[in-house]
Design a protein around this ligand. Sequence first.
Ligand code: AMP
Length: 412
Amino acid sequence: MAEKFKAPRGTFDVLPDRMTQRESLLRTAHRIFGRAGYDWMMTPSFEDTALFERGVGKSTDIVRKEMFTFEDKGGRSLTLRPEGTAPVCRAYVEHGMHKLAQPVKLAYSGPFFRHERPQAGRYRQFHQIGVEAIGTDSPLADAEVITLFNDLVEELGVPGVELRLGSLGSIEARREYLEELKSHLRSRSDELSDDVKDRIEINPLRAFDSDHPGTKEVMGDAPQLLEHLDSSDAEHFEQVKELLGAASVEFTIDPTLVRGLDYYTRTIFSFVCDRLGAQSEIGGGGRYDGLISQLGGPDTPAIGWAAGVERILLALDEEAPAPSRDLFIAVAGEQQRTRAVALAGELRRAGVSVEIDLAGRSVKGQMKQADRINAARTLMLEEDGTASLREMKTGRQQQVEPADVLELVRSD
Ligand code: AMP
């Protein structure tokens, strides 16, 4: 026998019994974003590598270690998108969306790719849904996008979710703080993990995210960014908190919150779920007021977030609902099969979910199949041209005219 294939490491198949929950999650997201005026868009699955180097940041784990990068036949370096914000901003600039009424409010969903060590809740191809409000620095936008995430979690019924909120301040105001943090890290560099030590100069904030015991100890005494915000950043953060309070969105302030992408400024947030293990974040985001200009666009403040579809599904941990159909059409004789095909087509076009036997089963086999697919009713086409309709739950059966079936099936 020929060798079998497996899905590549860190990827997975979504079999039909798991699709229903995914689709319903996406439908909920569509409803929530749509009613707040966020329009859906799509970007390609791969982009110029330089977009992520410049947009996400060369010092980040994503760009340093996790990108699926390849050369096309023309020698251009391309990368499977590891995240969605840089591509959406690239599209905003490319299509001159700054000329539209601001902010431009966008939503997206799709597959993303990171070469991470696979584990529960962490894959090499995963799916995100996200929103971006581009073209305003108003705290109203911060509160709006965070509220949308909160609504999503509530409407889906994800249990045990906590919102953590922080502020990184603006890039200029952060500079002074970063110098202070670097000198704290340098003064105790022998206690730090190699990874953090290597990045003191380029990305000292990431030290807050480390699991390394020595680094954690050092970070316990580190100066905190929230105490170093300048007055306009602090005022912005106060307003975001006030607006979230007014919208009854509960949150905790986390002065050590940082995110794995370089573009964030001011508000950052993370939704974590206590039902998940080590990978407990279901989503997060923040402001990225400098990104659009870094990508060659005009100075344009913006905010957004992304949530992991698989993490949300894991947190929901729901039994997959059994599939069901309105009707199974069984035939008592071979010559009835053509009638079954025609009738099934007619009923399907009228919106009824109908299956027929495609495997040449006996009458008994067909009745078993009707049970297996969870059909609410079975229509039996008899050899003499008559038909009977059976309610599968009660076993009640009645003679019917095939022409009346649509009416009967629709009556509940
Ligand atoms: P990020 O784009 O890094 O801010 O991540 C946003 C969300 O995407 C996270 O909170 C996760 O829910 C999800 N996510 C990120 N990386 C992965 C991964 N490798 N596998 C599964 N989900 C992920």
